[in-house]
Design a protein around this ligand. Structure first.
Ligand code: PAN
Ligand code: ZN
Length: 193
């Protein structure tokens, strides 16, 4: 962090491109998620095995101005999900609960068309439509996963507390209680038996 002199007017170290959500500057991390890293996400095992394991499904960029785990700080991110399907399911994120269930999050749509899949602790699942300008408040108790239902890139922004933490295990083990499938050309939520 810069030392700020009294009465100085300075440039910020980071900028954001509103057209695609890209963050530039310092304290950034980038993560690329390949199909081979998402073995428990898609239902259709045959299609999963028939698709290039090195296909990029999504990319996450995050501005981490403070240490992960610090109470009171904020993180700011951008996720891109590429268009595509495995069987009748669209490309999607792993999805997670926050480790600290009282830490919420904002998402906002930037490019493309998507679905934000949400599930409470009782496994009730519902969804919100994502599009450029959509704004989503995710209560800290709610699991969240994003899905690209369009034919171009889905990009969205996110802001969450630096001590929220991510619990991926619950979703890895038990999934969501519904799957978003393309049926007769339209996305539909289908309950998992
Ligand atoms: C987001 C997500 C991001 C990728 O920044 O981490 O969209 O999804 P997964 O973490 O489920 O792979 C967020 O919700 N942070 O808390
Ligand atoms: Zn989150």
């Amino acid at each position: 962090m810069n030392i700020i002199n009294h009465l100085s007017i300075i440039d910020t170290a980071n900028t954001i491109d509103y057209s695609n959500g890209e963050i530039k500057g310092e304290s950034l991390i980038n993560a690329t998620k390949y199909l081979k890293e998402l073995p428990n996400i898609f239902e259709d095992q045959q299609s999963f095995e028939n698709t290039d394991p090195n296909k990029i499904i999504y990319e996450v960029q995050a501005f981490l101005p403070v240490k992960e785990g610090l109470e009171g700080g904020l993180f700011f991110g951008k996720t891109i999900i590429y268009p595509g399907k495995i069987g009748d399911e669209y490309f999607m994120t792993k999805g997670h609960f926050h480790e600290k269930p009282d830490r919420g999050e904002f998402y906002w749509g930037i490019q493309g068309e998507g679905i934000l899949l949400l599930m409470d602790k009782n496994r009730n699942t519902w969804a919100e439509k994502m599009y450029p300008g959509s704004l989503h408040y995710i209560n800290g108790h709610i699991a969240h996963r994003t899905i690209n239902i369009g034919e171009s890139i889905l990009s969205f922004g996110a802001c969450w507390p630096s001590d929220a933490g991510h619990n991926y295990q619950e979703i890895m083990d038990n999934g969501f209680s519904a799957r978003l499938k393309e049926i007769k050309g339209k996305p539909q939520l289908i309950p998992v038996r």
